[in-house]
Every structure is written in structure tokens, then in C-alpha cells.
Design a protein around this ligand. Structure first.
Ligand code: BGC
Length: 765
């Protein structure tokens, strides 16, 4: 009773005194000492040191994401900041912090040029959306755009104005930990997603304080690291570079991306940070890109370790000549560029060009008018963690889930029964946030347990079976899942015997993928396979939910488990989204953006491979000398574009006709099942004989359609020279005559096919 009275008194007091949320007074001060009309006018007022200063980016004085050179201590950084020798900071976030640092730049330096504040807003800021690979499985460009828009809104409310995203590196190797951060293996899908993300982050107007400048990274070839080893060597032919690696970057330029980042890797013998052909010739030359290029963390200095520069000074020289405009955390530009200019090794025009690109971005962001426009404490308090952001994250999470198989309609759960939910990820609140969520708070994801317990009429029991030994973090190389403690397995098996159904939640910890998280095995880590088999031995009625940052080898599960759901790392709303899918409130519609292997030995694995002279689908299986493994099939276990639904779809009336711009491919898609659902119809081509061998399939169109049970729709794709051509090794675009296979379907491996004969030769310059 006493407690109730106290609580009521508090509530009344609050009603009287709180009323509307209190307005916090912003203490933004603008006393910029020098006035200038525009960027050109400003450039005229700047000294060489000040121009070079714009090309220098420091990490905040905490939150280090990589090794720092010894002299990069906080005191030196503050000193350089005050002398106008810094153009941008990364990892300074939160309105209070950003304002403090911006005040130094604006009020204490000679020209008062504001800083830009960059941060890795990769999949959400504090409200975490699914990892980018998961979002890509939605094939839903509007949803992906909205997700980036929400991330921008939250991050910008925290004082930031620049995200180092999207990562648009195509990768064909699931051993590479950074596949979680990209859009998968296909350049066409990857390009569409790249453009959607750029537009989502940047909006229509960069000066809108709820948008961020985006950054296309890592230019280029980082996803082709040999053996899937992060930071490693890439060897990429001209044809693959132009047809596979570059298209998503070009899509970013076309979408108006403000910035680019180069990378850590070398490509064909030259570190990309010092790559003249990539940066100066292709990006800034051929594509006419007018924005700026930032180096990756310390990548200018790392050109010494590559064996491409003898010392820091030479590394700086090679980077600036190649077109790297801003030095992230190498401290080399600020130290050596002036001497390089004075010695005549670097033309002043290059420095002016780099400084101009950086200052133009500041102008577009509106920072010259108001350097503190992102520093609004009220906005920060209202926006961060808001319900609007959570709802958007939940919707994106639902859309990202891929139903890999669903024999005997194991999902959704129909009858109210007893269900044991088993696995180390069942109650996890940290791991589902995934990798690259630096501002995400630990243990804030809704767990599967929390999501499911809301459904009261099922008799749930939740068991870990095996535990995660440690809670890995972003910066500690501690990503092992329990490998020796079997104490929970017996209890899980005993429970599994008693119940009608088992749901197992297994997979990788959120920090087992991401930067520097390459793996040689694609198995379920630790004791999870053992747990799965032990439970299966007593109750095979299992729904398997797989959480991972990359495709795993699910061969055993595919043979033995009737229902498998690929749930990636779905972010803050993970458990809520999964529960809705498990209980049938949402019908999954995701399709794989990367092939899932039968064995790690198949890596690299991708659907758009070349046929070879001795193709794997040889008509005589007894012949030995053709391109295959002697112990495994070549094909993916679950191919690119695959994904099932609680309903079923059928394809019919496939026609291809000619029109004055090329061809029209039409197909009727029918929902033949009992539930409403969405289907992603995919269009593929194959150029059967060309001057450069073409892949057996190339995605050239897709459309996601909602169909009510029993409903049919006709979908039409247009095939013009843009879809039918390809680049040669020198980057020239060709559209050639001859036969083309045109394929449509709901997966790369399940298509209807027609062959056309193209007869009008055209060769584009
Ligand atoms: C990563 C970049 C990232 C940068 C800043 C590097 O280690 O490769 O993608 O943007 O750190 O955090």
C-alpha cells in the first residue's frame, strides 16, 4: 500500500513538473574568425599547411579500430587540431563530444573551418538493423533504402554527418569475414543495393541534418582476397574487374555518393591506396567522380609493409599521386606532403584538388552556414532508440529471413503444443546484433526466448544445451564458441524426448564474422553440431534457426532436418521478428544473395561461374576428365536466389519478344498455396558465344511481388544493350550478335528458359 502511494505521488509530481519533455538548451557557439564567400574564395585564403590539414583525418581519442602509430597520441592530435591541421575526425560521436571538438575547429583555428565527423554506421547506429548481407536477402530496395535512412537519422542526431558505408565489395568466398558487410556475390543485385543504400543515407538533400554523406568502399577488389584471408592479395583480371567488381561502385557514383574509401588490399601487385589506374583514371577520370577519396585506416602507411614504398614519405607521395585525398590515421600527409610539394614532387594543383573536394563536401553538408547543425541535444534525446527506428528495424529483420527448406510444413507452428527451444543462441541478447555495430549497446537485442514467450498458449522450455564460453567483443580476438563443456547436452536431450517439437537456434557468434574474422571452416562452431545430432537422435521433429554472418556448410542439417531458417544476425529486433515468422504472423520471402556450400572446399563458390571447356554437368558420369571434385558435387547446397515461402509459387506463360530497344521477357507468377506471400522473380541471361567467355548465368533483372493466395500477375522485364552486353579486359563495352539464353524463375537454379538470336551488331565506344 505504502509503495502505491509513493508511486502515485511521484506520478502526480511528474505530471505537474514534467508536462511536455523538457527542452535542453543547446550551447552552440559560432564565432568563426574569418569570413569567406565560397570554397574557391576560401582556398585563396588558405596556406599550404591548412590545405594539407584538410587532408588529414584523426581517430577520436578513444574507440580505436586499428593499430595507431606511436606519435599519434592525444596531445599531438589536439595540438594539430588547434593549428587547423585536421579536416575530419572519426569515432567522435554524441552531441556533447562532437560539439567540443567542433568548437576547437571553428573557434580556435585561424580560418575556423568546420570538421566533418565520420563513423562506421554500417547497419544502424544504436538501433541495430540486420547485417547488410541479411538485408540484401530481402531483395527489397525500398526497405533497404529506408533502413539506411533510419540509420542516418539516428546517427546524425548523435552529431555525425558521414558514414563509412555502404561497403559494396562483391565476394565469392564465405571464408572472408566481411561478407557480412556487403550485398553478396552478384554485381547486378549488388549495384541495385549499393544505389539504394546511398540514396537512403544521403536522401535528396545532403544539407538536411537528418542525412549522412555516404562512402562507397573499399575501392577496389577487397572482396577477392585470396583464400578469404582478410587484408590479403587480390588477383583480378580486367574482365572480372569491369564486369563484377566495379559495377556496384559505378552505381554509387550514379546515385550521387559523396565519398569513396580505398582499401588495405593490393590488386594485381599494386596496393589500391596507391593505385593510379583505379582512383585517378577510372574513378576520377572515366567516371567523372567529383567527390573525395579517403584512405582506409592507416592504409597509406601500410604501403611500406606491402613493399610498395620504402618509407612514410614515399608512401604519402604514391597515395597522393594516385588520388587518395584524405589520410585516415597514417599521419603521413600532415607530416610529409609539404616537403613533397616544396621538392617539386607533388604539384600544388593536386593539393588544391584534394582540399577542394573535401571543402565542397563540407559546403554541401551546410557546415559553413552552421557548423553545429548536427549538435542538437533535443533531437538527440528524441531520436536515438525511438520506436520509429525500432519498428523499421523489425520490419527489415522480417524481410531479411530466408526459409531454406520447409518439408512437411514444419513452419509456421500450427498447434498449441510443447516446444523445447534449444541452443546457445536461444537467450542471446548480444550476438544477434552482429559485427560492425560500434554504437550498438551490448546485450540489447530481443532474444529468441523473449520473442517467443509472448505467445502464451505454447508450452515453451528454453535451454542452451551448450554455452558460449565468452562474450566476444569487437576488439578482442576472442571469438570461440564453447568447444569442451558438454554438461548441458544431456539435459537438452532429456527435454527434447518429452516435447512435441524442437526449435534449435544455432550458429556463429556475432563477432565471428566481420573485419579480420576469416575462417577456414564453415561448420557450426564449437559443440553445436554435436548438440544438434544428439537432439535429433531422440526427436527429429526439429526446426533449425541458423544465425550467422556468412553462408555456412549446412549439409548434414539439409539431409536430416526438415525445416531450416537462415536468420543471419538480425539486430535489435531479432527475437521479435523471428517469433513472428515462427508463429506464422509473417510469411518469409528472403532469397539468398550468396550461394551456400556443400563443403568449405568449394570456395570460391558462385552461381555466375564460367562453363569451362569441360563443364561439370557432363552427360557421362563415368568419365573422369571434366571439371569436378571426386568427393563432392560442384553445385551449391542452396543456390543464389533460393528461398522458400509458406505458400507456393508457379511460373507459366514465359515469352520473349522483340521491340525497338531490345527484348521483352514476360512471365506469369501464380500463388498456388494457401497463404498470401511475396515472391522475387529473377531474370538471368547467358550469352552463348562471345569474344570473352560469359558466365552460365547472369542476373539482369528482378522484381518482388506480393501475391494473395490464388492470385496471378504477369511480370515483364526489358532487355536492352545495357543488360545484354559486357566489358572486355580493357574495359570496353560490347554487345554482340548471336544466341542468348533468357531464364526466369524464383531461384538461379530453378528457371524457365528460352533462346533468342540477336542479330544487330553494335559496339559501344
Ligand atoms: C575498415 C573500414 C572502416 C575503417 C574505420 C577499417 O579497419 O576497413 O571499413 O571504415 O576501419 O573504422
Amino acid at each position: 500500500m505504502g509503495r502505491i502511494i509513493i508511486l502515485s505521488a511521484l506520478a502526480i509530481a511528474c505530471l505537474i513538473s514534467c508536462g511536455a519533455p523538457k527542452k535542453i538548451e543547446n550551447k552552440n557557439t559560432i564565432t568563426s574568425p574569418v569570413k569567406y564567400k565560397n570554397v574557391e574564395d576560401l582556398l585563396k585564403k588558405m596556406t599550404l599547411d591548412e590545405k594539407i590539414g584538410q587532408m588529414n583525418q584523426y581517430n577520436g581519442f578513444w574507440n580505436v579500430t586499428g593499430p595507431s602509430p606511436k606519435d599519434g597520441d592525444a596531445a599531438k592530435k589536439y595540438e594539430n587540431l588547434r593549428s587547423g591541421l585536421v579536416g575530419s575526425m572519426l569515432n567522435v560521436r554524441g552531441v556533447e563530444q562532437v560539439r567540443k571538438v567542433q568548437e576547437i575547429a571553428v573557434n580556435e583555428t585561424r580560418l575556423g573551418i568546420p570538421l566533418i565527423f565520420g563513423f562506421d554506421v554500417i547497419h544502424g547506429y544504436q538501433t541495430i538493423s540486420p547485417i547488410p548481407l541479411a538485408e540484401s536477402a530481402s531483395w527489397d530496395m525500398e526497405a533497404i533504402k529506408l533502413s539506411a535512412k533510419m540509420a542516418a537519422k539516428e546517427a546524425a542526431a548523435s552529431g555525425l554527418n558521414w558514414t563509412f558505408a555502404p561497403m559494396v565489395d562483391i565476394s565469392r568466398d564465405a571464408r572472408w569475414g566481411r561478407v557480412m558487410e556487403g550485398a553478396g556475390e552478384d554485381p547486378y543485385l549488388g549495384s541495385a543495393i549499393a544505389a539504394a543504400r546511398v540514396k537512403g543515407f544521403q536522401g535528396d538533400d545532403l544539407s538536411d541534418p537528418s542525412t549522412l554523406a555516404a562512402c562507397a568502399k573499399h575501392f577496389a577488389g577487397y572482396g577477392f582476397a585470396e583464400g578469404g584471408r582478410d587484408y590479403n592479395t587480390s588477383v583480378i583480371s580486367g574482365e572480372i574487374l569491369h564486369n563484377v567488381v566495379l559495377p556496384p561502385f559505378k552505381a554509387c557514383v550514379d546515385a550521387g555518393v559523396s565519398t569513396f574509401m580505398n582499401g588495405f588490399n593490393e590488386m594485381n601487385g599494386v596496393p589500391v591506396t596507391g593505385h593510379i589506374k583505379l582512383q585517378r583514371e577510372i574513378l576520377k577520370g572515366l567516371w567523372g567522380y567529383e567527390g573525395m577519396i579517403v584512405s582506409d585506416w592507416g592504409s597509406i602507411g601500410e604501403m611500406k609493409a606491402h613493399g610498395f614504398a620504402a618509407d612514410d614519405k614515399e608512401a604519402g607521395l604514391k597515395a597522393v599521386l594516385a588520388g587518395s585525398d584524405m589520410d585516415m590515421e597514417s599521419y603521413i600527409y600532415v607530416k610529409h606532403l609539404k616537403t613533397l610539394v616544396e621538392e617539386g614532387k607533388v604539384d600544388m594543383a593536386l593539393i588544391d584538388d584534394a582540399a577542394r573536394r573535401i571543402l565542397n563536401l563540407k559546403q554541401e553538408l551546410g557546415l559553413f552556414e552552421d557548423p553545429f547543425k548536427y549538435c542538437d541535444l533535443n533531437r538527440e534525446a528524441q531520436v536515438i532508440g525511438s520506436d520509429e527506428l525500432k519498428m523499421a528495424a523489425r520490419d527489415m529483420a522480417r524481410k531479411s529471413v530466408v526459409l531454406l527448406k520447409n518439408e512437411n510444413a514444419g513452419l509456421p507452428i500450427k498447434d498449441k503444443k510443447s516446444i523445447a527451444v534449444i541452443g546457445p543462441h536461444v537467450s542471446e541478447k548480444n550476438s544477434p546484433l552482429g559485427s560492425w555495430r560500434i554504437a550498438g549497446k551490448d546485450n540489447t537485442a530481443i532474444s529468441v526466448e523473449e520473442g517467443l514467450t509472448k505467445y502464451k498458449d505454447v508450452d515453451w522450455s528454453f535451454l542452451q544445451g551448450v554455452q558460449l564460453t565468452t562474450a566476444p567483443t569487437n576488439f578482442v580476438f576472442e571469438t570461440k564458441i564453447n568447444e569442451d563443456d558438454r554438461t548441458g547436452i544431456d539435459e537438452a536431450v532429456a527435454k527434447a524426448k518429452e516435447v512435441d517439437q524442437v526449435i534449435m537456434v544455432l550458429g556463429e557468434h556475432g563477432f565471428q564474422s566481420g573485419e579480420a574474422r576469416s575462417r577456414t571452416s564453415l561448420d557450426l562452431p564449437g559443440l553445436q553440431q554435436e548438440l544438434l545430432e544428439a537432439v535429433h537422435a531422440v526427436n527429429p521433429n526439429i526446426v533449425l534457426i541458423v544465425m550467422s554472418g556468412r553462408p555456412l556448410d549446412l549439409s548434414w542439417a539439409d539431409e536430416n532436418i526438415p525445416t531450416i531458417v537462415q536468420a543471419w544476425h538480425l539486430g535489435t529486433e531479432s527475437g521479435n521478428a523471428l517469433a513472428e515468422i515462427i508463429m506464422g504472423e509473417y510469411n518469409p520471402s528472403g532469397k539468398l544473395p550468396m550461394s551456400f556450400p556443400r563443403s568449405v572446399g568449394q570456395m570460391p563458390l558462385y552461381y555466375n561461374y564460367k562453363n569451362t571447356g569441360r563443364p561439370s554437368q557432363h552427360p557421362d558420369p563415368n568419365l573422369v576428365f571434366w571439371s569436378h571434385y571426386i568427393d563432392e558435387e560442384n553445385s551449391a547446397l542452396y543456390p543464389f536466389g533460393h528461398g522458400e515461402s509458406y505458400t507456393s509459387f508457379e511460373y507459366s506463360n514465359f515469352t520473349v519478344s522483340q521491340n525497338n530497344t531490345g527484348y521483352l521477357a514476360s512471365v506469369t507468377v501464380s500463388n498456388t498455396g494457401q497463404m498470401d506471400g511475396e515472391e522475387v522473380t529473377q531474370l538471368y541471361i547467358r550469352d552463348l558465344a562471345a569474344s570473352i567467355n560469359r558466365p552460365v548465368q547472369e542476373l539482369k533483372g528482378f522484381e518482388k511481388t506480393m501475391l494473395k493466395s490464388g492470385e496471378s500477375k504477369t511480370i515483364t522485364f526489358s532487355l536492352t544493350d545495357k543488360e545484354l552486353g559486357f566489358y572486355d579486359n580493357e574495359g570496353n563495352y560490347h554487345v554482340e550478335d548471336g544466341e542468348f539464353d533468357i531464364m526466369v524463375g524464383g531461384s538461379s537454379a530453378k528457371v524457365l528458359k528460352k533462346t533468342i538470336e540477336r542479330a544487330t551488331t553494335s559496339l559501344k565506344p
